[in-house]
Design a protein around this ligand. Sequence first.
Ligand code: SF4
Length: 953
Amino acid sequence: MTEFKRDGSHLASYPPVEKWDDWVEYDAEAWPRRVERHYQLVPTICFNCESACGLLAYVDEETGQVEKFEGNPRHPASRGRLCAKGPATITQIHDPDRILYPMKRSGPRGGGKWTRTSWDEVLETFGARIRKAFQENRGEEVMYHVGRPGHDFIMERTLQAWGIDGHNSHTNVCSSSARLGYLLWHYADRPSPDHANARFILLLSAHLESGHYFNPHAQRIIEGKMAGAKLAVMDPRLSNTASMADYWMPSYPGTEAAVLLAMAMVIFKENRFDATFVKNWTNWEELEVDGFSAKGQSFEALIEALKRHYAKFTPEFAEKESGVKAEVIVKTACEIAAAGSRFASHLWRGSASGNLGGWQAARALMLLHVLTGSVGTPGGHNLNAWNKFVPRPFKNPPPQKRWNELLYPQEWPLCTHEMSPLLPHFLKEGRGRIEAYFTRVFNPVWTYPDGFSWIEMLRDEEKVGLHAALTPTWSETAWFADYVLPMGFSSERHDLMSQESYAGKWIGFRQPVLRVLQEREGKKFDYTYQANPGEVWEEDEFWINLSWAIDPDGSMGIRQWFESPYRPGQKLTVDEYYGWIFENSVPGLPETAAKEGLKPLEYMRKYGAYEVTTDVYKQNEKPVAPADLSGSKIETNLVVTKEGKAVGVMVDGAAVVGYNTPSRKLELFSQTMADWKWPEFALPEYYRSHIHRSAQAASMGKPGEGCDPDFDKRYMPLVEWPKDSNGEVYTLLPIFRLPHLIHTRSGNSKYLYEIAHKNPLWVNPVDAQKLGNIHTGDLLKVHTEIGFFVLHAWVTEGLAPGVVACSHHMGRWRLNKDDQIERMSSAWVDLKEVGKGQWKMRQTSGVEPYETTDPDTMRVWWSDAGVHQNLTFPVHPDPITGMHCWHQMVRVERAGADDRYGDIFVDTNLSFAVYQRWKALTRPAPGPGGLRRPLWIPRVVRPEEAAFYMNKT
Ligand code: SF4
């Protein structure tokens, strides 16, 4: 059906920009009468995942309220399209239970009693505590811990302005595993696949549907498919993504690297690899393996050595390990070889984040790109650093001098990010304490494994002196804070964002819509909370003001970084911060804005996004800049150096910039791994995960059943079962996402919770039989190493036998019947500590209709809030990446007469013991030269170089 509006625009099109100041639509609720509604449309950026899609806020001119959100057609990455979570922002901002004012606890910590306070009191309290800590040289006791960042650079700048090593993040429960696999190849820790131009796309896990940057990527994957590309998905679960694929490869969890290396061997054996690319762009001459050294050898000898090394990865071996049919492995390998430089792929979490050694899946996947020469090519694999644009502000503080061992401890010198899941254990071991702790859109009690250890840490005022939860919604963690500080959603804050969505670069500008509109009309605000609902603020202004509160007279050297670049000595405003960036740090933006008679800031406020450049490929082939070349020298390994620093590499007689690795090439062979005590992983390898079937057999006291003796020697016994656990042993996949939920931030979105609100245990019919003829809806008890949880079964063929799965999005809970976590998404629970470290949770009631100012809350028809499985998981820090290896070996049995839906039991004494077992697998620093970690590997908020050496503090 084609229908046109009275202005001639098609229903499928977007409001043209020239009408954004007065857009007219008919009021749907007034139908069949034609009642006009007039809107002002203001662009902003979605805050509901990392993709940073462009939103258009529709502000009703009569009510002055945001009425809905749609896609911003001027946003180069999302191009007007959104997933379900973008438009659902409207339910978050109008949630009647949202936090509108800063709150301070009024009873014991964790007691659930709050009183309203003022922003001034918050700034004064934290300013004084932090100032004292800094004056007493206790800077490492101030920690910022971020869940969803949603901004680029401003926080790093703030912490360096404070001179502290205090940035903590959630990355080690998220993506740090794949990051190391990519980083070892080419320094950049993420792929930027050019899906739209690919001929063959390989996705590990449900990327199209719910993975990283998924709306911008998903639309380009579909474009690629529409242009004839084939899609393969390797995922044990028949996800929506797998259902769209030409090849679904339901690999046994943790065996993906074996399949990928078998594919590489097919390409090797059939001599279908791009020899010129491998020869020119890998560090093959440095390779040493199985007694073979490539130094002085021919390239052909190297290839033969590689074939020998990987000979065991036959399709048949990979089939035995993974369950993926050998013929499918061969077929997809041939398709990849045929796609050549137009082979795109993605791996971010899934297999990498689930498994001990999961990082090798990223490394093996990259080997396929290297063999096909599909690095930096149209339709191939590009580097995130080439497609993400982070402009710098007017002046930046120097790197901090200190190294915080609570963040980057010696045991994990190669971790890409902070060892944050271990924080409660580190404090338990007496490694330090925290004076001022900021959790920012971060809910570790619920999202992290071992949440009860987090509760034990957070409630202990000796360990955590003062805790502020900066959050737009209530959370299980906020309950244990001293202050709950309301921060804005997508339309209530400033942020600058960019992501690697395609082969170009762009920036997106999030803005507080109501403030921007009122300022257009001439109204003035000192702070965004004056225009937002209640006193909801934004972090940018909070940090600027807190910095002034810490250093009111500027004597500590902090305030200077938060003074205006235009008004010396005056407090920096957000307009000045971003205005300066747009004027000075974004190539082409001032000129583009000038063409419309706008200042750069006005342009960004009008359009919300700007495309910096397109068609970014082969950045490694850029010539070394003349200034760098002058006075440089060529080392024996052909690396071009200047003043001891690498600036490029000679390739085919030309000095080009290459990659930021030590060899300036793609590192097929990692000297870093060899130097840092892991020589067995100097090449891409496959090794068995902690949940491999041989590990399961060993945990049942049956070593030898399919066991790899090396595996046993290195990793056993990793799993010890609590005394009272029964049932069959399975691998639990606990991390698959539902595409319309937002970790903990969708708890206040009625639209999203109406779509999905339960997380049953996926069980294959074969296993359902084995477990005693289980049917969908039956109660199952799942035992982990530290406790158990009870939930319903969902019997489905969409999962391989031997594996069970449960989405991590559900199981929100609240301790008060009528407040805090939104009642539409949480169960009211009774939580008891029945012995030292022994925690028992039982649901008192599920979701029920409830009365608020929103009549929809009385129409809530679902009762299930799901079950919080993460509480029952111990930490599993990978000994190399530090990534929490999410997959669990579990024992499953039919629930008993005393078990009730949602029951949870955990013993944190056992969780501490599991932590110790995994820690024992590490090979701690120092590395060469007394280093804490390799100098070339990036670090979030990088300290000065001297701090990398262990004889420094
Ligand atoms: S993918 Fe969805 S949730 Fe993520 S930014 Fe885009 S619209 Fe928002």
